[in-house]
Design a protein around this ligand. Structure first.
Ligand SMILES: O=C(O)CCC(=O)C(=O)O
Ligand SMILES: [Fe+2]
Length: 423
């Protein structure tokens, strides 16, 4: 059957108006890039009470796909689906709460737990990473490994890769290189090539937030301890902001979309090779963000004293030996601001998290402060791009110095003065 005859068949079925047929047709439309009619068809199936359709409609409405962003419609659809028993809908309600920092509440813990019990892989993965943050707690480390295993058994390749890394390095268990190699072999056989640099992060400063056996989103909401490095420009650092699992998650999620770095040409508005940096980078699409990734980004935003809604799309950079980010400032030109959500204002702060330790080179330098920060996995660097009056701060000049050996992985979140994201 050709693609078109398949679509025509699905459309004929959908004309009957039954929710499962509408759902299948919508999914086929979406796969072909026809977002608007897909959203409308999901909405019709959702109106008949089909949980999957309510969730897909909600996802399109929250991200403004196939129509305007409509958070209240998204919430209404998710609420209905949750009340009708969908644990996945509850997972998305918790996910939406992350943007404004409203997630560390018992109702969201209950939602996450329900989605874990329903074996929903993104929930299993998020819960695993929450338990994984509790370094000195053997039961929590065990729970982390078991949840990663359950997610991989459900086909979550990234969870499988994170599990392999823990087995290889003996994190939360005795080292099991053989089991790790087998897992990686299975992933490769299925076409999932995820290459991770060696990543090790020490224990984060953690206060005990919840009983050891309960999954708790409060584990992600621990206060961030910032160490000031310079007053002018304002630069600070927070070690172990992200866990080793989270650093690996960011590398793994960015890998498939890494491209040679480009910038948008001010005059033409077109993407051109970037004269400032010769790294590769990937911008992670918020529509594909899962709970674990959003929690990691929220922590990054919190390190800057802001909520995730201020964050642009997370960028992950990879520098090979010889590659660098020449001296630059992160604030935007008026044209760049006008082009990309002007209501959000300029880039107030930048948060960079090193995702691995670089063999040699790759420090971030601030010439005006005579400061060089050494990459270390999980370490966050926070700096202001604007002065106290909100004007561009020239002293915020900084550079990623050339990598001399090994590779450097970095995640950057540029945070605007006012909310940039809807949630
Ligand atoms: O690679 C670095 O150390 C700096 C990165 C940077 O300046 C940025 O992402 O804006
Ligand atoms: Fe920068």
């Amino acid at each position: 059957m050709t693609d078109d005859s398949e679509l025509a068949g699905l459309r004929r079925n959908a004309e009957g108006g039954a929710a499962p047929d509408l759902y299948r047709w919508a999914t086929a439309l979406l796969r072909r890039g026809a977002a608007e009619p897909a959203r409308a068809a999901y909405a019709r199936a959702a109106a008949q009470g089909l949980a999957e359709a309510r969730i897909e409609f909600a996802r399109m409405a929250m991200h403004g796909i196939g129509g305007d962003t409509d958070l209240s419609a998204a919430h209404a659809a998710l609420d209905q689906a949750e009340r009708a028993g969908s644990a996945v809908a509850g997972y998305f309600i918790a996910l939406m709460a992350v943007g404004r920092g409203d997630f560390a509440a018992a109702e969201h813990d209950r939602r996450l737990l329900a989605a874990v019990r329903a074996e929903y892989p993104p929930a299993l993965r998020a819960a695993a990473l929450l338990f994984g943050r509790r370094h000195d707690d053997e039961a929590a480390q065990n729970a982390c490994l078991q949840l990663l295993e359950r997610a991989s058994a459900r086909g979550d390749a990234i969870a499988a890769r994170l599990l392999a890394e823990r087995l290889l390095r003996g994190e939360g268990c005795a080292p099991q290189p053989q089991a790790a190699a087998e897992l990686i072999g299975q992933l490769r056989a299925h076409g999932a090539r995820i290459e991770l640099p060696p990543i090790a992060v020490g224990a984060p400063a953690q206060r005990d937030a919840a009983p050891a056996d309960a999954v708790s989103l409060a584990d992600a909401a621990q206060p961030v301890a910032l160490a000031p490095l310079s007053a002018h420009p304002r630069v600070a650092q927070a070690d172990a902001l992200l866990s080793a699992d989270e650093c690996r998650l960011l590398v793994a999620q960015a890998q498939p979309s890494l491209r040679p770095s480009q910038t948008v040409d001010e005059r033409s508005g077109r993407a051109v090779p970037n004269a400032l940096r010769d790294s590769s980078d990937a911008s992670l699409d918020p529509a594909g963000e899962d709970l674990a990734l959003r929690l990691a980004q929220w922590r990054m935003a919190r390190a800057a004293g802001l909520d995730l809604v201020h964050g642009e799309h997370l960028t992950v950079l990879r520098y090979a030996p010889g590659q660098a980010y020449r001296p630059h400032r992160d604030y935007l030109s008026p044209q760049a601001q006008a082009r990309d959500r002007p209501q959000a204002g300029d880039r107030l702060r930048t948060v960079c998290v090193y995702l691995n330790a670089v063999e040699a080179g790759g420090a971030t330098e601030f010439p005006h402060a005579a400061l060089a920060v050494t990459p270390q996995a999980g370490r966050a660097l926070v700096f202001d791009n604007l002065d106290a009056d909100g004007r561009p701060e020239p002293a915020s000049l900084h550079a990623g110095t050339p990598v001399l050996a090994g590779e450097k992985w970095l995640a950057t979140l540029w945070l605007r003065e006012r909310p940039y994201r809807a949630f």
